[in-house]
Design a binder for this molecule. Sequence first.
Ligand SMILES: Cc1cc2nc3c(=O)[nH]c(=O)nc-3n(C[C@H](O)[C@H](O)[C@H](O)COP(=O)(O)O)c2cc1C
Length: 179
Amino acid sequence: MKPKTIPSNREIFFDQSEMIVSKTDLSGRLTYANKVFMRIADFPEEALLGVQHNIVRHPDMPRGAFLALWETLKSGQEFFGFVKNMARNGDHYWVFANITADMREGAVVGYFSVRRPVTAQALQIIEPVYRQMREIEQQAGAASAPQASLKWLMEQMKAQGTTYEKFVLDVFQQSQASA
Ligand SMILES: Cc1cc2nc3c(=O)[nH]c(=O)nc-3n(C[C@H](O)[C@H](O)[C@H](O)COP(=O)(O)O)c2cc1C
């Protein structure tokens, strides 16, 4: 069961030299978390293994972002994205995640996520996008919320002459270059 935690609005940080790593099965259940994950999210290993990755889900994250994540992975591609996560006590930490398939003997048996820290500069671009997606989701209603906000996001990308993947990689790389 996912514990009900109230967001504290306090941000926590990890170092540029660190990576938060986890591994899941095909359904998103955790099969591995590295020490940085456990330290930042403040969960012991036994609270993580076998549970759904939404254990660190932050309520500010639009559902459409996770729809994009799962659609991308299910189509056999790797996923890149900014994610606001929540630690056990309600503090939050932003990550830039790269999720790839965990292959064994030619078959996908799960997924890996490797996450790096995000700068305030990148968040100036990403937070308003996610806020808008959340607003669209509230207007759309629960049943069609993720599809509605993801459709809006893709339309924005098209209007800007880019793709979702190029957009997030550009934001991440530019924020790293000037950090
Ligand atoms: C490898 C992998 C890593 C994931 N990492 C996160 C993560 O760091 N934070 C998160 O909220 N969801 C993550 N997810 C997505 C969750 O499985 C889930 O879709 C998301 O938390 C939304 O949960 P909900 O639909 O119950 O709200 C990850 C999924 C996979 C496959």
